[in-house]
Design a binder for this molecule. Sequence first.
Ligand SMILES: Nc1nc2c(ncn2[C@@H]2O[C@H](COP(=O)(O)OP(=O)(O)OP(=O)(O)O)[C@@H](O)[C@H]2O)c(=O)[nH]1
Ligand SMILES: [Mg+2]
Length: 337
Amino acid sequence: MKPTKKPNQKNNRRQQGGRSGARMNAKAAKPAAQKPAKPVKAKKPKSAPISSEHTQIIQWYPGHMTKTKRRIEKDLKLVDAVAEIIDARIPVSSRNPDIARLTAGKPRVVLLNKCDMADRRATDRWVTVLSSENVRAIPVDCKSGRGVDKFVPVLTELLQPRIEAYKAKGMVNPSLRVMIVGIPNVGKSTFINRVAKRTKAVSADRPGVTRGNQWFTVGKGFEMLDTPGVLWPRFDDQTVGEHLAFTGAIKSDVMDTELLAIRLIDLLKTLDVPEFSERYQLSAEELEMPSFELLGVIAKHRGMLIAGGEPDTERVAYTLLDEFRAAKLGRITLEMP
Ligand SMILES: Nc1nc2c(ncn2[C@@H]2O[C@H](COP(=O)(O)OP(=O)(O)OP(=O)(O)O)[C@@H](O)[C@H]2O)c(=O)[nH]1
Ligand SMILES: [Mg+2]
């Protein structure tokens, strides 16, 4: 799919003033895309100050993800259960809205990963909301391994009818196969390594590390299928793209970092995060400023200046996003049940 090149993106965005939020490009998000897409980087207007009012286009549904989705549908026939890994900080945006239909009644475990970076109480509430008869939600922190030991017992319990059926067919110690699915960079490969108790799958802190499906034997009687991260089109909610970008599921080179940082500041202000003002030494008065001005204030407080003493807003935008992604602003859940 060819990126939707906006010849007059700068002016377009100004005209769209008043609509906040990263705007999904409906054309770019068409699920029927075939070819891998070249990202469209939104640029901030040069002649006017940037603000939360400006929107940017995040192209977040490249063509290879359509192919991956089809392959997942095909490989579902090979597995006994599905483990969907979601990001505990954004349980709505990181969730595949089609999974129930795709998995067609297969036992499913939802793992709320990266819960070391999410608000504890919010995670507890999400566990209750997401669990149902055929679905179990488990909070995990694959960085430390916390919670991962609950996975095999829960899965074994969910798969009991299937294990009995295998036994009835005369199969002794049948190998149970689990497919691991989730958005890019959510920790799928890290989770497999945690369950296997050794590094088998390649993992790194950027989206798009796992390129193809790969089977791993993770212990007695269990095999896991690692899959590339998939993003699902969500036309209904424009904030989804932003939340995916804040947490690092979408590559940062497809968006304007300053606009993104301004939108993050908007959100942090509404969530009333004390670590935000403490870390960047922001007074109550400064917190009242529009977010684009606040970005400049943070740059000044951090000594990030360019020639002439102007704040280096681009550099501070990267810093802010990096620090949020590393949970240096505290444990923050962006989406509540
Ligand atoms: N803080 C924290 N970091 C985690 C956790 N789980 C995984 N990570 C980190 O997240 C990054 C991505 O992990 P991967 O396992 O490569 O993610 P993936 O889902 O396989 O990513 P793709 O293959 O690109 O789709 C790595 O830097 C991991 O160390 C967690 O529970 N907490
Ligand atoms: Mg991976």
